[in-house]
Design a protein around this ligand. Structure first.
Ligand code: PEP
Ligand code: MN
Length: 445
C-alpha cells in the first residue's frame, strides 16, 4: 500500500469529519491559491524536529507539546501567543532541570483551527444547524449563515498562522527566549502565583550556572545554544483540503508545510481512512492519538503504515485513555509495540479522556484526574522498561478558569469567571506550571 502513495492518493479513501461546502468550486479555488502560496515551515525544520524527537524516543529528551484546544480568529493577539510561548518555556526550564535532559518544545499553535465533532449537527430550541467545526471551517454563532462552511476561512487561517509563526520565530531567535532571561520571565507574570518562589529558585540556579560558565570563559553572551531556542508548531491534520494545499515537494520527498508536526485525531485514525493515507507519505514528524478503543494489532498496523521504515522520531503515540482506563489499556499496547520493535515516542495526553460536565453545565476537567493519568503513564512506562517520552496538554498562559483544582483550588462555581475556551477546557498558567513541577519531580525520581 505504501508504494501506491501519491500526494492525492488520500482522495480514494473515506474521509471522516470533513465539512460539506455548499460551493465546492470556491473551495477548489482557495485550495489552488494556497497551493501557490509560500510554505509556512521548511522541510529542514521538520527534519530537525524529527531528530530531536528521535532523542525522546530513546529517553534522551522529553517532548512538551501544548496550547489551545482550538485557536480562533477572535482571540488572535500578540499577548495570547506570547503568553502560551512563555509558559511553555517556563515549563521547559522546570522540566529540563528536573528530568536532566533537553525538552523538545512544540506548540499546539499556528494552525490548530479545525475540530472533530461528535455530531454533524447541533440542535438548539428545535433548530438544527451544522456543528461548529473550528474557525477554519465555520463560525461559532448559532445562525445558518455563520455555520455554513466558508472556504475564505482557510486563507485567514493560513495568514494568521504565518503571523503567529513570525512572532514565535522572532522570539525564539532574538535572545528574548534565552536562558539569560529566565528570571525576567517571572516579572509581572507568575509572581502572584504560589509557584513563583519555587520558579525563582530554579531561575536563580540557571543564572548562577550561566554566570559561572561565563566567569570560566566557557561561554559568552552570544553563544547561540543558550541565546536562541528551537520552538516548533503542530496541529491536528484534520482538514484534508487545507493540508493537501500546503503539501510541498522537497526533491523526491513530500512534506506538509502548514506546521512542523501534524497529528491524526482519535476520530480520524482509521487504518483505511484518508487521514492515515495522506500522512503516511509525508516526511513530517507525525502524531497519532491513541484512545481507549485502540486494539494492539490495530496499533501495530497503523505504526507499520505511518512509519514503514521504523524511523526514530517519525511517530509519536499520544495516548489519551482517561485516568480510570489507562492502567488497564496502556500496558498491553506498550508490550505489543515493544515486542514489534517499533520505534515510537510515547506521549501522554491526559486531557481528552478526562473531560466532564461541571455542576453548572460547563465542560471541565479536574487537575487531579489529569495528574492521575500522567502519573499512571509514567509508572506504566517505568514498569514496562519503556520511555515516557512526553506530554501533550491543552493549556494557555492566561489566567482562565476552565479546569477545576490545582493549588488555587478552582471549583465549579469559579468556572464562569474567565471561561474563554472556544472548545475544550485548558489548564491555566498556574495549573500548568504546577503540573511541570510535579512532572519534574517524578521524572527525577
Ligand atoms: C484534540 O486534541 O483536541 C482532540 C480532539 O483530541 P482527540 O483526537 O484525542 O480526541
Ligand atoms: Mn481538545
Amino acid at each position: 500500500m505504501a508504494n501506491s502513495w501519491s500526494a492525492n492518493s488520500w482522495r480514494q479513501y473515506p474521509a471522516q469529519q470533513q465539512a460539506n461546502y455548499p460551493n465546492p468550486s470556491a473551495l477548489a479555488e482557495t485550495a489552488a491559491n494556497l497551493a501557490a502560496a509560500p510554505a509556512l515551515v521548511s522541510y529542514e525544520e521538520c527534519q530537525l524536529l524529527k531528530a530531536q524527537l528521535a532523542k525522546a524516543c530513546n529517553g534522551e529528551a522529553f517532548l512538551l507539546q501544548g496550547g489551545d484546544c482550538a485557536e480562533t480568529f477572535d482571540a488572535f493577539s500578540q499577548q495570547s501567543i506570547l503568553s502560551t510561548f512563555k509558559i511553555l518555556l517556563q515549563m521547559a526550564i522546570v522540566l529540563t532541570q528536573g528530568a536532566g535532559k533537553p525538552v523538545v518544545k512544540v506548540g499546539r499553535i499556528a494552525g490548530q483551527f479545525a475540530k472533530p465533532r461528535s455530531s454533524d449537527t447541533e440542535t438548539i430550541n428545535g433548530i438544527s444547524l451544522p456543528s461548529f467545526r473550528g474557525d477554519m471551517i465555520n463560525g461559532l454563532a448559532f445562525d445558518a449563515k455563520s455555520r455554513e462552511p466558508d472556504p475564505t476561512r482557510l486563507t485567514q487561517c493560513y495568514f494568521q498562522s504565518a503571523a503567529t509563526l513570525n512572532l514565535l520565530r522572532s522570539q525564539a531567535s532574538s535572545g528574548t527566549a534565552s536562558l539569560d532571561h529566565v528570571q525576567a520571565w517571572n516579572e509581572g507574570f507568575i509572581e502572584r502565583s504560589a509557584l513563583a518562589a519555587q520558579y525563582s529558585v530554579i531561575a536563580a540556579q540557571v543564572k548562577a550556572s550561566l554566570d559561572f560558565m561565563a566567569a570560566c570563559g566557557i561561554r559568552n553572551q552570544n553563544d547561540s545554544a543558550l541565546s536562541r531556542i528551537d520552538f516548533f508548531t503542530s496541529h491536528e491534520a484534520l482538514h484534508l483540503e487545507y493540508e493537501n494545499a500546503l503539501m510541498r515537494q522537497h526533491h523526491d520527498r513530500h512534506f506538509i508545510s502548514s506546521g512542523h508536526m501534524l497529528w491524526i485525531g482519535d476520530r480520524t485514525r482509521q487504518l483505511d481512512g484518508a487521514h492515515v493515507e495522506m500522512l503516511s507519505g509525508v516526511d513530517n514528524p507525525i502524531g497519532l492519538k491513541v484512545g481507549p478503543s485502540m486494539e494492539p494489532d490495530e496499533l501495530i498496523q497503523l505504526i507499520e503504515k505511518l512509519n514503514p521504515h521504523n524511523e526514530a522520531g517519525k511517530l509519536t503515540l499520544i495516548t489519551r485513555m482517561g485516568a480510570d482506563k489507562i492502567a488497564q489499556i496502556l500496558p498491553p499496547l506498550v508490550q505489543r509495540v515493544t515486542q514489534a520493535g517499533a520505534k515510537v515516542v510515547w506521549s501522554s495526553d491526559p486531557m481528552h479522556g478526562n473531560t466532564h460536565s461541571s455542576s453548572t453545565g460547563l465542560k471541565t476537567r479536574s487537575f487531579d484526574r489529569i495528574l492521575s493519568e500522567v502519573r499512571q503513564f509514567l509508572a506504566i512506562h517505568k514498569a514496562e522498561g519503556t520511555h515516557a517520552g512526553g506530554v501533550h496538554l491543552e493549556m494557555t498562559g492566561q489566567h482562565v478558569t476552565e479546569c477545576i483544582g490545582g493549588l488555587s483550588d478552582l471549583r465549579d462555581e469559579d468556572l464562569p469567571h474567565r471561561y474563554q475556551t472556544a472548545c475544550d477546557p485548558r489548564l491555566n498558567a498556574d495549573q500548568v506550571l504546577e503540573m511541570a513541577f510535579i512532572l519534574a519531580d517524578e521524572l527525577n525520581a
